[in-house]
Design a protein around this ligand. Structure first.
Ligand SMILES: [Zn+2]
Length: 168
């Protein structure tokens, strides 16, 4: 399924469908078999009337089987994509937009170089890969474990940072 990204967005077109998770080969690489759940997806284009900026709204949801990194048991994990991509004409524009985002220091929209032959399912797959956790875990593992409860914090808490500062 190939679209011209700019044309698609300008015309406000919408595409949607479902696919078996195993269709997304890159997504399922390294994940346990079978991957037989349905993934539903929707791609909608729109054009900002004021600025003329073109956008793609990407949505997808479905379940993949993953291996819990704590108990090594497979389980079904729901993935949910709800993202908006701003279209730019080329990589120079993309870099300019990303530089602006970095300067603004907040999570603004993401940008995508508009391809004349954009593979819709490959785009959906890219977005699914982005929301797939690197180390998936059960919220609660089925068997008791001696390990301490999982810390979902990747960053140290501000209090821990303060503690560190006091020591120096
Ligand atoms: Zn587990």
């Amino acid at each position: 399924m190939i679209i011209d990204a700019m044309e698609f967005a300008r015309a406000g077109q919408v595409l949607e469908g479902t696919a078996v998770a195993s269709t997304f080969v890159r997504l399922c690489e390294g994940l346990p078999q079978p991957q037989d759940a349905q993934v539903s997806w929707r791609l909608a284009g729109r054009c900002d009337a004021g600025t003329g900026q073109l956008w793609l709204d990407v949505q997808a949801q479905g379940r993949v089987r993953v291996v819990c990194q704590r108990c090594i048991e497979p389980f079904g994990l729901d993935l949910q994509v709800d993202n908006t991509l701003g279209l730019v004409r080329n990589t120079a524009e993309l870099e300019a937009m990303e530089a602006l985002e970095t300067a603004a220091d907040d999570a603004g929209p993401e940008y995508l170089v508009a391809e004349r032959h954009l593979d819709v399912l490959a785009l959906i797959e890219d977005e699914l890969i982005l929301v797939l956790p690197y180390a998936p875990r059960h919220a609660v593992c089925p068997e008791p474990s001696d390990e301490p409860s999982p810390s979902r914090q990747s960053k140290p808490s501000p209090f821990a940072v303060l503690e560190q500062l006091r020591k120096h």
